[in-house]
Design a protein around this ligand. Structure first.
Ligand SMILES: [Zn+2]
Length: 331
């Protein structure tokens, strides 16, 4: 942990500044120490160079993601393209900006934001953060923190861009996450999130923006809506069982789904159509394992933004299955 990071961290309970007592340090910064709140009695450890604001007893969702992310193939060549597409923020806008990766997992996109020249704070609830340690030790622009999205250990109005890709639908209140993110943005800062979409009413579904290469779906939109509804039903039924299975057993059950993910049409009844086998396996597991998972419409997410005075700039176009992505700017 670099000492400069202390200007951004705060007590997640009372929002006051923190003091550090360093126990061991090396040329990269503080390796072990204690952070104590200047106002309340709370203290938080720094271990292996990472300030930690969560108790060692992690929640079930986190445990399952930890299992998955330590097995994920790592950085993929298409990461930058996907990152820019999904955040909807231009490539030139990242350089020298202070950016929060809210729910970074193993840091796949933190690496991209860092490579684009941003000062990145990579926050996650769990241990997969460790996969970023090598990069963090060798860079002044990458800061790791283990913390909870609903109790952010970060001061207000510190970030130019906050992104959270496919994360907040795994918390008990995605709407509260959006509020917490907005508070951490500087005025005119940008917030960009995506969450799992749902079919909802056909009235809403028919105005979902489609990717350029998926415009042909326009003609069969009603049929697509029915398939997405069916898929949701299938997902709910499967998940009512899979969230209770031991991880290793569930992981094995994802193999047939990953096979189906290659078969035309049937692939849309699975939870990943990625061309790589390993990724399909992981994405199916990612869908079926976490106990908390909610689905939303673009109308809901736009409301969360607007009630926090964030004006909506863009809505993410998507393919067959809706993925609700919204980019906004804080007024
Ligand atoms: Zn405090």
């Amino acid at each position: 942990m670099k000492e400069v990071f202390l200007d951004i961290l705060c007590c997640p309970r009372c929002q006051a500044s923190l003091k550090i007592q360093s126990l061991s340090r090396d040329e990269f910064g503080i390796n072990a120490g204690n952070l104590s709140c200047e106002k309340c009695p709370a203290t938080f450890p720094v271990t292996e160079g990472i300030p930690r604001f969560v108790s060692q007893k992690e929640g079930a969702t986190q445990e399952r993601f930890g299992f998955e992310w330590m097995r994920y193939p790592g950085s993929l060549p298409e990461d930058e393209t996907i990152f820019l597409e999904e955040t909807q923020v231009e490539k030139r806008e990242w350089k020298n900006r202070w950016v929060l990766d809210a729910g970074c997992g193993m840091g796949r996109y933190s690496r991209v934001a860092h490579s684009l020249g941003a000062h990145v704070v990579a926050l996650d609830l769990g241990g997969a953060l460790a996969r970023l340690q090598d990069l963090a030790q060798n860079s002044e622009r990458l800061h790791l923190v283990q913390g909870d999205l609903l109790h952010l250990p970060l001061k207000k109005e510190k970030f130019d861009i906050i992104y959270s890709l496919g994360v907040i639908h795994h918390t008990v209140s995605p709407r509260t996450c959006v509020q917490a993110f907005t508070q951490r943005l500087k005025p005119n800062g940008k917030l960009t999130v995506w969450v799992y979409g749902r079919a909802d009413s056909y009235q809403n579904f028919k105005s979902n923006p489609l990717k350029l290469n998926r415009k042909s779906l326009e003609k069969i939109r009603f049929f697509v809506w029915i398939i997405v509804d069916l898929r949701e039903l299938l997902s709910h039924s499967l998940r009512s069982v899979t969230v209770h299975l031991p991880y290793k057993l569930l992981y094995c059950c994802c193999y047939p789904l990953a096979v189906f993910g290659k078969i035309p049409f049937f692939k849309f009844l699975t939870f990943s159509v990625h061309p790589l086998w390993r990724v399909r396996l992981q994405e199916n597991f990612d869908w079926l394992a976490p106990p908390i998972q909610s689905h939303h419409t673009k109308e809901e997410v736009k409301n969360w933004f607007e009630e926090n005075r964030v004006s909506v700039i863009k809505i993410l176009p998507h393919g067959f299955v809706p993925k609700v992505g919204v980019l906004g700017e804080k007024k």
